[in-house]
Design a protein around this ligand. Structure first.
Ligand code: TRP
Length: 456
């Protein structure tokens, strides 16, 4: 195994690890994907299920990634090989693949965000928020901003974890929380806030009865996506740890911040959407942009609010993108002794190309492609990655994982044992069920909407 000690960095400050993990978790998943999924999957019922998945599955899963990462000091591929031995190593390829797939379209959507930063400055979307989105979301603009975003990601990853990631995230976390809170207060004053809160906060359980086959896997996928679990990001970040941190406390902090940002985002996005007349059902991947830009064009000092909001959103997306690319790049460094800078550049180009179809499709076709990439990544691949890690940790490496969790917790008591048993049966069973539902759902998408799209 070739390891290159100079390229493998570690955190400079105690807070570096938490900041990077929060920076990874908070991103498009909170502000773009969460309201988009909640709108599509029935509102409050989805939100409730998502919160259950975060607590009952997200927390144990994050602990699985942290313990494996700190124990082995390796990324997902190396960690699987070391923890499980032999054939497990090949499963590591899954994590690298997921990274390529996610970042390819993530960067297209993040490119839209960058475009909106510019649009806020120039006033480009004032009075025409809908046509503006249709103009910029596909074609040359989309491709150009996809390229810019990818280049920024490559640049930061090339600088290395210490300088790049920690710096980016230290600025981002407080900024995000501040802007989000301000928007929640603003949205509360909107005329349709009441109806929106009702849709967002009071669950209609009859929807669950009729649509659970798509709501359940969507909520599980969202929990994984938003917390950045299932592809080894948290393994990689924990591998840079050498101190005896209390991983349980860290997990609590990261999960609480990420979930709070998503929940608060819903509190301002839905009032804006409802007031703008976009309506709850099926807002689509562009609705957040249309609605927010419409609102910013409408309020006093809206262009300043717009710059701040989209600017903060772009930084949040960037710190998440960095984390995804870091997994792929550290894989190259650890397993092939590759040079950080060159690996980052090559990875960025490959991901850019994979995302190109999403950026170039016409606007009627684009949502189908977003679904094609995004549902596969979140609901099927991330959940599969999670299941693989959980089986390995809870059934094969349980003693090592429990020992690792105890390190840094003063009096762990029965906690590690409860955790392992929670993962061993209930968590794995629930995830297998959501995976089966997701595969069924995706199959009907492929043979339905997607087949229609292809003209089959
Ligand atoms: N969690 C990030 C978001 O909410 C996206 C992300 C970063 C991610 N790293 C990940 C998703 C790893 C899945 C796996 O935007």
């Amino acid at each position: 195994m070739s390891r290159s000690p100079t390229d493998r960095s570690s955190w400079t400050r105690r807070a570096g690890f938490i900041l990077a993990a929060v920076g990874s978790a908070v991103g498009l998943g909170n502000v773009w994907r969460f309201p988009f999924q909640a709108g599509q999957e029935g509102g409050a019922v989805f939100v409730l299920l998502y919160l259950c998945f975060v607590l009952l599955i997200g927390v144990p899963a994050m602990l699985v990634e942290f313990t494996v990462g700190r124990r082995t000091g390796r990324g997902p591929v190396g960690a699987l090989a070391e923890f499980g031995g032999g054939a497990w190593r090949y499963l590591g390829g899954l994590f690298i693949l997921i990274g390529f797939l996610i970042l390819s379209y993530y960067s297209v959507v993040a490119g839209w965000v960058l475009r909106y930063v510019v649009g806020s400055v120039t006033g480009g979307y004032a009075g025409q928020s809908e046509t503006y989105f249709l103009d910029i979301a596909t074609g040359f603009d989309a491709l150009a901003f996809h390229a810019i975003f990818m280049a920024l990601t490559v640049a930061i990853v090339a600088l290395g974890v210490r300088r790049g990631i920690e710096l980016a995230v230290t600025v981002m976390v407080p900024a995000v929380v501040f802007v989000v809170l301000a928007l929640v207060v603003y949205a509360w004053t909107l005329p349709d806030a009441g109806v929106a809160y009702e849709y967002y906060l009071s669950p209609d359980f009859s929807l669950l009865a009729s649509d659970w086959r798509s709501i359940v896997p969507a909520a599980a996928g969202q929990a994984f996506f938003s917390l950045s679990i299932g592809m080894g990001v948290m393994i990689t970040f924990a591998s840079y740890l050498d101190e005896e941190r209390n991983l349980l406390v860290d997990t609590g902090i990261i999960v609480a911040i990420d979930t709070a940002v998503a929940f608060l985002t819903g509190l301002f996005v839905f009032p804006i959407l409802f007031t703008a007349g976009v309506g709850p059902a099926d807002p689509g991947p562009g609705a957040i942009f249309v609605a927010l830009a419409g609102a910013f064009a409408d309020i006093p000092a809206g262009s300043v609010v717009g710059v701040v909001f989209f600017g903060m959103f772009a930084i949040a997306a960037l710190s998440s993108a960095i984390s995804i690319m870091e997994v792929v790049v550290s894989f190259g460094i650890d397993e092939f002794g590759a040079v950080r800078r060159r690996t980052a550049a090559v990875t960025g180009v490959a991901m850019f190309l994979l995302g190109t179809p999403v950026a170039l499709l016409s606007s009627q076709r684009q949502p189908i492609f977003v679904t094609l990439y995004d549902t596969l990544a979140a609901q099927i691949l991330l959940v599969s990655g999670g299941i693989v890690l959980m089986i390995l940790v809870a059934w094969i490496g349980a003693d090592r994982a429990m020992a690792e969790l105890r390190r840094g917790i003063h009096s762990p008591g029965i906690l590690p044992r409860v955790w392992i048993w929670l993962v061993r049966i209930p968590v794995i069973v629930v995830l297998l069920v959501t995976l089966a539902l997701a595969v069924g759902d995706y199959w009907s998408f492929l043979t339905g909407d997607f087949a229609d799209f292809l003209g089959l």
